[in-house]
Design a protein around this ligand. Structure first.
Ligand code: ADP
Length: 442
């Protein structure tokens, strides 16, 4: 049974139960008061009214009297028998019946037997008459009306309850179909770019839709990251793996000297190191680009941090290049230490790699308006104007042949990703044979 049917049936059953309870209650209470002994009811209602009459400042107050109760109608007359107030008894002429205190009398109106009871309320100066009238036989008319009304109204109410319940649950679950359709199409066709985009519908469903959309977005990023990583890795690993296999083939040939073996192993080791570094950089870059890893930003002293990073990073082959500093003291900003260290080291590494023998690198950090300007400048080989845009691409190298192992053309892509992660910008100013300056604004 669907949830829609279940809730609608439950509502309907509850309404039915409630209606039956109310009906029984009304019938029992009303039936008891209407079907009880008429003389007793007549005397009780009239006496009750007599007790309720008040006489204040020469005036009667009969606002609290019950002019119709338990089938008894009451009429008030003044001392001399003139009508003052009372229940309308259409077509019944009461004038032939003189008022008579404390007597229950039987009379006939329009072929129905009535009981009549008069009481005189004496207030010394003045007085009033209260007359009560009740049908001697039980009047089933009211009960019949209640039962007939119930028979007509109850089915209508039940249909309304069922229909309303059905409509509400149908409306509430309609967006669910959209969510299910999107989930089905994603799991079936694998199109992760689909979104549910639920704009209308109950609040809970809209929230569910948003959560699904966020999940799909994250899934899409992860899959995209995986796809890119796999394609890049398989492309870039082909060469070193071929070299390793070739060296292995050479090494296992019978006529090899120990020197040949060592040579082959050295080459294999170098290639394996290159592979390891490539995989590390590629993973880091992919995760950063697709936001699949979470990196925390913390406020810290970037001036201090730059000095420490540069001091810790001293490549073996410095080619006589001198590292100079131009760092303003105690400049603070939000940054992720691990990523920032990678950024600085990558730029310094390039400075040493592409710098002039015996030249210099200047690492500078300054305040520029509300931003911080971090730059790494060298007086090296520079970059040709037509290559200025290409340097940020993955695996791009101006001259792959001149690069040592571990140089994979990923450094600047990584730097760019890190800068963008920090909400900053990066640009390069360079002239061939004069040098380059990489400028980051945070
Ligand atoms: P890698 O240094 O591993 O080749 P990068 O992404 O760091 O990869 O750099 C890409 C290319 O940009 C380099 O191969 C080089 O041609 C050029 N390049 C980067 N930094 C400099 C620099 N400071 N001076 C001149 N050329 C540079």
């Amino acid at each position: 049974m669907s949830i829609k049917l279940r809730t609608s049936l439950w509502f309907t059953l509850m309404v039915l139960l409630l209606s039956v309870m109310i009906l029984v209650f009304v019938l029992v209470i009303n039936g008891a008061s209407i079907t009880g002994d008429p003389t007793e009811r007549l005397v009780k209602v009239v006496t009750g009214n007599v007790d309720d009459v008040e006489f204040d400042n020469g005036k009667f107050d009969w606002d609290d009297l019950d002019l119709y109760k338990n089938g008894v109608s009451c009429i008030i007359y003044n001392q001399s028998g003139q009508f003052l107030k009372g229940a309308k008894l259409a077509g019944i002429d009461l004038s032939p019946f003189p008022l008579s205190d404390g007597l229950v009398r039987r009379t006939v109106f329009h072929g129905h037997n009535y009981l009549m009871y008069d009481v005189y309320v004496d207030m010394d100066i003045s007085g009033i008459w209260i007359r009560g009238l009740v049908k001697e036989t039980w009047d089933s008319g009211l009960m019949d009306t209640i039962i007939i009304l119930t028979c007509i109204l109850l089915p209508c109410i039940l249909v309304l309850a069922f229909g309303g319940g059905w409509l509400i649950s149908w409306g509430a679950f309609r967006p669910m179909n959209k969510i299910l359709a999107a989930a089905d199409s994603i799991s079936g066709g694998g199109d992760l770019s689909q979104r549910i985009n639920l704009k209308r519908g109950p609040k809970e469903m809209r929230r569910l839709g948003r959560s699904f959309d966020a999940m799909f977005a994250r899934l899409e990023k992860s899959f995209e990251a995986e796809r890119q990583f796999t394609s890049d890795a398989s492309h870039e690993l082909r060469t070193p793996v071929t070299v390793i296999l070739a060296q292995c083939d050479r090494a296992i040939r019978k006529d090899k000297t120990p020197e040949d073996f060592i040579n082959s192993i050295n080459i294999i080791q170098e290639q394996a190191r290159g592979i390891s570094e490539l995989v590390q950089s590629l993973l880091g870059i992919t995760r950063l680009q697709h936001g699949t890893d979470r990196y925390e930003l913390k406020k810290g002293n970037l001036s201090q941090f730059c000095l420490v990073c540069a001091a810790e990073f001293m490549p073996e082959n410095r080619r006589g290049i001198e590292l100079k500093y131009d760092i303003e003291d105690n400049l603070e900003t939000n940054f992720n230490p691990a990523l920032m260290q990678r950024l600085i080291i990558n730029l310094l590494q390039n400075g040493y790699k592409y710098g002039k023998e015996g030249g210099y690198i200047i690492l500078s950090l300054k305040k520029e308006g509300r931003k911080l300007r971090l730059s790494v400048k060298d007086n090296g080989i520079g970059i040709a104007p037509e290559n200025m845009d290409k340097i940020w691409q993955r695996f791009w190298q101006a001259d792959p042949a001149r690069n040592e192992s571990g140089s994979s053309g990923l450094g600047l892509s990584m730097v760019k990703e890190i800068v963008e992660f920090h909400g900053g910008t990066i640009e390069v100013e360079s002239e061939p044979d004069k040098g380059s300056e990489f400028i980051i604004r945070l």
